[in-house]
Design a protein around this ligand. Structure first.
Ligand code: SF4
Ligand code: SF4
Length: 426
């Protein structure tokens, strides 16, 4: 087999060469911890990609399985002493894999359509309405045929996504003025999945920013950031979405101090825009500006110094680190610091707080068996904390863990940090 060549895959060699095979990442990897298999570890996956890139291993179903079962959680990056950019290696390898047509055509089609539906608010709303009907017939799980198609034959049927609070694609006003004296102008994104399943979280985000002296712009034509497509190896589809989002943000770029994001997966992708579009003359400059202005909502509030909060929240709260906040954006302290400022709130740590819950984009749909094991482990760690509320900064984790708690019959609430902050500020 010939070595894989051509941009962006020529970059793979320089990235995989950095791995010295020390194995420090193994214990950090959720799929290795569950299976004990080297090929389902970061080191094993990097070695497979490197061998495939050098032409000593063929791209076959074993390689595809190793890449499909990776959560993309990037816990291995945190653990790696050599600075291996595992997330980047995974995206490049998946992009090349998806272009080889190794995946059965029906499965490739179904996976692409899943992403297209999830990232299109109108289609997602219609699908959820239909899903409620079929979910009733299938006890909240996907019909077996669809499940098998997406997961490549897994016997554990994926569950239908939950909406958090009252689902509905409510639009946020284009401009909301600061409620105290104005300190900053910021933009937010309503997102694709967020605006349908987490509209109330978006509204809470606006109110919290207003309470902190921010005028908030919600660009009305801003759509999907491309994160789900990018992480699934659909590089060109992702870039189409990146460019469209850049166009919709362009009229506001000069006046905003920050682009404030309340979804971990979107934030980490937006930070990569400058790199993703560095060779695109028409977009590279604006892409870099956007990357530089991205702030997670908790990061932004801690950066500007949050206004004091008036309301008590007498809850014991535990924080689950979303992978794309903790590992991809290195944001761990700010959410905890903010929660610690809420009067009356007691913060307790859970074991393995920064270990993936199994949600991981569409992983809980495409790899339901491993995702279910990770969820069970997460719920058990939550149960041991004695917390009354769980907080996490990523919509996918939130909906997934909420399902796990419900299935275990645990009366533990779960919400985004801004929802507690919103209450504390009201
Ligand atoms: S990815 Fe990093 S930690 Fe893992 S084996 Fe390679 S060099 Fe070591
Ligand atoms: S991204 Fe996560 S699942 Fe994938 S190899 Fe790294 S630690 Fe393991």
């Amino acid at each position: 087999m010939e070595p894989v060549e051509g941009s962006p895959f020529t970059e793979l060699a320089s990235k995989t060469d950095r791995c010295i095979r020390c194995g420090f990442c193994l214990d950090a990897c959720p799929t290795f911890r569950l299976t004990g298999q080297e090929t389902l570890s970061p080191r094993g996956r990097i070695y497979l990609v490197k061998s495939w890139q050098e032409g000593t291993v063929s791209l076959d179903h074993n390689v595809m399985h190793a890449l499909d079962t990776c959560l993309g959680c990037r816990a291995c990056e945190t653990a790696c002493p050599s600075g291996v950019e595992y997330g980047s290696i995974l995206e490049m390898a998946r992009t090349h894999m998806e272009s080889t047509h190794l995946r059965p055509p029906f499965q490739a089609f179904a996976r692409k359509q899943l992403l297209n539906v999830l990232t299109n608010p109108k289609l997602l709303s219609v699908s959820l309405a239909a899903g409620k009907y079929t979910g009733t017939l299938t006890h909240g799980r996907m019909p077996t045929f669809a499940a098998r198609l997406l997961s490549g034959g897994s016997s554990a049927p994926p569950k239908l996504p939950h909406s958090h609070g009252d689902a509905g694609a409510r639009a946020i006003p284009e401009r909301s003025s600061a409620r105290t004296s104005k300190r900053y102008t910021v933009a937010i994104l309503e997102g694709c999945v967020m605006r349908v399943l987490f509209a109330s979280t978006n509204e809470a985000t606006v109110r919290v920013l207003q309470a902190n002296g921010c005028e908030v712009i919600a660009p009305p034509h801003a759509a999907c950031c491309g994160a789900l497509h990018l992480h699934s190896g659909l590089h060109e589809d992702a870039l189409v979405r990146c460019r469209a989002l850049i166009d919709s943000l362009t009229p506001y770029l000069n006046e905003i101090d920050a682009l404030v994001i309340n979804s971990a997966g979107c934030g980490s992708t937006l930070r990569e825009y400058g790199t993703l579009l560095r060779d695109d003359k028409a977009y590279c400059e604006r892409a870099k500006i956007i990357s530089d202005k991205v702030r997670d909502i908790c990061e932004w509030l801690e950066e500007i110094g949050p206004a004091p909060m008036a309301n008590m929240i007498a809850e014991t709260v535990s924080y689950h680190d979303a992978c794309h906040l903790a590992h991809a954006q290195k944001i761990r302290e700010q959410p905890r610091a903010l929660l610690g400022r809420i009067p009356g709130l007691k913060l307790v740590e859970m074991e393995e707080a920064d270990t993936c819950c199994g949600s991981a984009g569409t992983y809980n749909i495409t790899e339901p068996a491993l995702a279910a094991q990770l969820l069970a482990r997460k719920v058990e760690h939550i149960r041991k904390t004695g917390a009354t509320t769980i907080v996490t900064g990523n919509p996918g984790c939130l909906a997934w863990i909420e399902q796990g708690l419900e299935e275990q019959g645990l009366k533990i609430k779960i919400c985004h940090p801004v929802e507690l902050l919103d209450f504390a500020y009201r």
